[in-house]
Design a protein around this ligand. Structure first.
Ligand code: ARG
Length: 564
């Protein structure tokens, strides 16, 4: 049984009946110091109803309590302190992990429902930014975490492949570009036309009119406009795919904004039928003043639809297609207003499932404290970052383990893994600064540190060259140095739930750092490979650590090399 449950149920038998298990569970704490046991129960709230001093209550409880499953139960002042029985605890948990392997921590047997995750969603004809990296890796990790919790994720790349910017791009390409140039280096050259367009349009505003006209042609299905657009989209996607391959991220759908073109009129008609569409200076809007929001602009004066119109169509399409229990959007915090409006319009349209839409927002990656910006040239190109990280990883491997066989492959896993891990270990709403050297270090709070710890565990198992522990009945670890590690392993299922409830991969990343650190401490203080009666249990512990570390890394979308 879950050890906290054991504590709660043990307390339940001796506490007054009107206190529920949920209340007890909320009160039970984990003491800061292990001298105070593994769990503690404060008795203060009982003082009033029992007309007794808290320390006396604690004393009485201790005298009545059933100590089955505990080494001892004592009281310290007003607290009841529970010390778990270490031998049965370690035996139970190690057997569980060795039996369940990769299924350890699974919950709800996979029938919790569909959850579309809108993630990555870069804009065509622009380089993928660090912001899109965040969305990609956070979304990918959430998909893996909720899979363990029994949900079925549907990873959707809502490509930014429609909008007035494509009118600008076509104008730029026609004025300054050539087919050969674009084919040679698609994204950089398309970006070049786009940037130049903005510069020249400052002096020549008629360029903007031309761009609008081209976008209008796209919306009207004009053949030439669509041919160019299709070409830009295809080339961009091929470039993005290189990054996704390196990150090991796959999508279930690439339905981007353009996919909703033929679904827009129906949505606008529904809005109209419900009496929500209003005219405002020639444009059509939905008033959201009752929701403390500025109006949602549904259609511009020239009839063109907008980002939010396409998101309305997408939200409804997803509900109809996937019948979701929740619908997630992993998008930067700067779009929080947009998602509030989206939900507000859907709510007004009478769709109560709009409450199941969650904007999974995240903060900015900064460079020396400054916001990155394409316009100002302060871009960090994702591909360069990955390449630099891999180079740095390679250098460290050359120093530490020059004889390693598949150095390049390992360097790729370590370098890319380091960038992903660094991103995910930060709470997603926080902004963070990007410093490559810090990200790829083998020591400290980094991905390589966790990977390295796992590789070390695997190398111990290789050295032991003995599988007897897999069949052993007694996996009692008596070594007190191992206690922290064992308890952490037992907490893994709870950690996954917490990460899933908060849509917060950092919970997993932080946990994996803690587990790695505690295992390294154990390893530094104990002789694992000594051939005595405890050997099987110690090897089972090493194996369990590697199972849980590998799974944690997998949940973050980070590879775990066997040697490094
Ligand atoms: N393409 C947008 C951008 O880069 C993100 C799209 C997010 N998803 C959505 N359904 N609005 O800013």
């Amino acid at each position: 049984m879950d050890s906290k449950k054991l504590v709660v149920e043990t307390l339940n038998k001796v506490l007054p009946e009107d206190i529920s298990n949920e209340q007890i569970e909320k009160l039970v704490e984990k003491p800061k110091s292990s001298d105070l046991g593994d769990f503690a129960f404060p008795t203060f709230i009982l003082a009033k109803s029992l007309h007794k001093a808290p320390n006396l209550i604690a004393q009485d409880l201790v005298s009545e309590i059933d100590t089955d499953g505990f080494e001892k139960v004592v009281n310290t002042g007003a607290y009841v302190n529970f010390f778990l029985d270490k031998s049965s605890f370690s035996n139970d948990i190690l057997h569980t992990v060795l039996n369940e392997k990769d299924d350890y921590g699974n919950q709800n047997q996979g029938d919790a429902g569909n959850v579309p995750i809108d993630m990555s969603s870069p804009n065509i004809a622009k380089p993928m930014s660090m912001g899109h990296l965040r969305s990609t890796v956070i979304g990918n990790s959430i998909a893996k975490i909720i899979t363990k919790l029994g949900y079925q994720p549907i990873k959707i790349n809502h490509l930014g492949d429609w909008g007035t910017q494509f009118g600008k791009l076509i104008v730029g390409y026609k004025m300054w570009g050539s087919e050969a140039e674009v084919e040679a280096d698609p994204i950089n050259n398309l970006l070049k036309y786009y940037v130049r367009f903005h510069k020249e349009a400052e002096e020549k505003p008629e360029l903007d009119d031309e761009a609008r006209a081209w976008f209008k042609r796209m919306e009207d299905g004009d053949e030439e406009a669509l041919k160019l657009w299709t070409w830009f989209r295809k080339l961009s996607l091929a470039e993005f795919q290189k990054v996704y391959d390196r990150l090991g991220v796959e999508f279930d759908s690439y339905n981007g904004e353009a996919f909703y073109n033929d679904k827009m009129n129906a949505v606008i008609k529904t809005i109209q039928d419900k009496g929500l569409l209003q005219e405002s200076r020639g444009a059509e809007i939905v008033d959201l003043s009752g929701q403390d929001l500025s109006p949602a602009l549904i259609r511009k004066t020239d009839g063109a639809t907008l980002y939010i119109t396409r998101d309305l169509a997408a939200a409804i399409y997803r509900k109809n297609t996937y019948d979701f229990v929740k619908s997630l959007y992993v998008v930067g915090s700067e779009q929080s207003e947009h998602f509030k409006k989206l939900k507000a319009v859907l709510k007004k349209m009478g769709y109560d499932w709009s409450d199941d839409i969650h904007h999974i927002e995240f903060g900015l990656i900064t460079n020396n404290g400054k916001k990155l910006s394409t316009r100002k040239g302060r871009v960090i190109l994702l591909e360069n970052v990955l390449n630099d990280a891999v180079d740095l990883a390679k250098k460290q491997i050359e120093e530490k383990n020059p004889n390693l066989k598949n150095k390049d492959e390992v360097a790729e896993s370590v370098g890319v893994g380091a960038v992903v891990f660094h991103d995910l270990k930060n709470e997603r709403r926080d902004n963070f600064d990007f410093n490559l050297e810090e990200v790829v270090r083998f020591e400290g709070e980094t991905g390589p540190y966790v990977q390295y710890t796992n590789a070390r565990a695997l190398s111990i198992l290789r050295k032991a060259d003995n599988d007897d522990y897999l069949k052993a009945n007694d996996l009692t670890v008596s070594d007190p140095e191992a206690w922290d590690t064992i308890k952490l392993i037992q907490q893994f299922p709870e950690v996954i739930s917490r990460a899933g409830e908060k849509y917060e991969p950092s919970v997993i990343a932080k946990y994996s750092l803690k587990l790695a650190k505690s295992f390294n401490q154990y390893y530094a203080h104990s002789k694992i490979l000594t051939d005595d009666s405890g050997l099987n249990a110690r090897l089972a512990l090493v194996k369990s650590v590697s199972i849980v570390l590998q799974m944690s890394l997998a949940l973050l979308g980070v590879k775990a090399p066997e040697e490094m």
